[in-house]
Design a protein around this ligand. Structure first.
Ligand code: LLP
Length: 427
């Protein structure tokens, strides 16, 4: 994490000391590094240019669910990103941020008619269809609007992503996608519908993948389907392999973005030339965590230190409502003191003020800390703010983007009035 380092005993994001951010905007606050974000996106974009073939070999669609802040979406859009969305709300965010709807793909198992209408109105690039009933609904809505809807099927390749069961999505027993064996039939149905245009094929097998072997296995299975469809005269414009690359939270060593893409394009290029008769096919990616995960942290202040008979607790002002991942997946996030102290460390559980035993951010960490100190919960840029809630009527954290030696507020801290603004009394 070169964008997060100690200078003179104080943790910085780029050139900004984190105590300055806390002083100006309070805590808890999410802090992102613009340079880290840029570097991660660029790792994808450059590898696609380097290893892909043709002028326009790939589109990188940032997975909006991982972080949907407008400033982040705008920055990625300016770098050339498309977007992977799963709701009408995410589409509206992309548009508000200045993103290009013609680079938007719409995933998710439960698209409503209204969401489909909105997406068609904005001429998105593609719907990733997850069932036949959904296909028929898209066809009906497109018909009513006098349009043709571009679609892919999200195919479930039945490969084991070897990740946490809650974030593994490519196995037969998952709710996602259409079954591999049923996929050909689904395409035949789609090809016969008047208001549907078949443009691609899609899969996404899971998240926080450390090895690219499952992704490459899924790629092979997708390629096999593309070939079989081509034999039936159904020609696809793109192959979307989804997102899923993991990051380092503790000591994991995920495959590097460039290495994965090199292996992937070696396979794709060889196949195109020898088996796909040189026809172009655009590769699409839906990364979230690997772009934004290690570009952000959650900054929090220690309220109390509490020594217990078996455990010591550092009670901080961030909680499970701000960062759900530990409570939900027992996820491990590194915790760093903003100010390095020359004192003996003790073992602490870092917990929030929410009335749930599950409200912890980290367990059994060796830290030299005092009441009032700031702590940085690292690698919190993905699925941090987007999964936050107002449980316990807690206002959601502010968000700040660091850019060199400057920092900018990109989301104000909510006010309590915001929380009940939509509520009303009985007559
Ligand atoms: N595409 C689709 C269809 C997805 O469902 C997901 C994530 C992505 C792309 C992006 O995957 P990524 O590159 O970020 O791994 N809340 C969990 C992660 C849930 C992932 C859901 N799908 C967590 O905090 O670990």
């Amino acid at each position: 994490m070169p964008y997060f380092s100690y200078k003179d005993g104080i943790l910085h994001t780029e050139n900004v000391p984190l105590n300055e951010v806390a002083k100006q905007f309070g805590t808890p606050v999410y802090v992102y590094s613009k340079a880290a974000l840029t570097e991660n996106y660029t790792a994808y974009a450059s590898a696609c240019q380097q290893f892909g073939q043709g002028d326009d070999p790939a589109l990188i669609c940032f997975s909006v669910k991982s972080n949907s802040n407008l400033a982040i979406l705008r920055h990625l859009s300016q770098l050339g990103a498309g977007f992977d969305i799963v709701s009408g709300g995410e589409l509206q965010r992309v548009i508000r941020a200045g993103g290009d709807p013609s680079k938007v793909i719409f995933s998710g198992v439960g698209k409503t008619s209204n969401e489909i209408r909105l997406a068609l109105k904005h001429n998105i690039l593609c719907f990733n269809v997850e069932s036949l009933p959904e296909l028929h609904r898209i066809n009906d809505v497109a018909k009513e609007m006098g349009k043709q809807a571009p679609i892919s099927f999200r195919v479930n390749p039945d490969v084991d992503a070897m990740t946490h069961p809650y974030i593994s999505t490519g196995l037969k027993e998952n709710k996602f996608g259409v079954d591999y064996l049923a996929a050909l039939d689904c395409y035949r149905v789609a090809a016969g519908l008047q208001n549907i245009r078949v443009v691609g094929i899609d899969c996404h097998i899971g998240s926080q993948l450390l090895d690219d072997a499952p992704l490459l296995a899924a790629l092979d299975k997708m390629i096999e389907l593309v070939d079989r469809l081509a034999h039936e005269g159904i020609r696809l414009h793109h192959l979307d392999i989804g997102g899923g690359l993991g990051i380092t939270y503790n000591d994991e060593q995920p495959v590097k973005i460039a290495h994965y893409l090199q292996r992937l394009f070696t396979r794709v290029n060889h196949w195109r030339l020898h088996e796909h008769q040189g026809r172009p096919i655009k590769m699409m990616f839906e990364p979230g965590r690997s772009i934004v995960g290690n570009a952000g942290l959650l900054l929090t202040e220690i309220q109390y230190l509490k020594d217990g008979p078996v455990k010591n607790f550092a009670i901080v002002d961030a909680a499970m409502n701000d960062l759900m991942r530990p409570a939900m997946y027992e996820a491990w996030h590194r915790v760093l003191p903003v100010k390095e102290r020359n004192a003996p460390a003790k073992t602490w559980d870092i917990v929030g003020p929410v009335c749930e035993s599950g409200d912890w951010l980290a367990r059994e960490r060796q830290l030299a800390i005092q009441q009032g100190d700031l702590l940085a919960v690292m690698s919190a840029g993905a699925y941090g703010m987007t999964m936050s809630s107002n449980y316990n009527s807690r206002t959601r954290a502010a968000e700040v983007m660091v850019d060199g030696d400057k920092f900018h507020l990109i989301r104000q801290r909510e006010k309590v009035q915001d929380l009940y603004a939509l509520e009303s009394f009985l007559p």
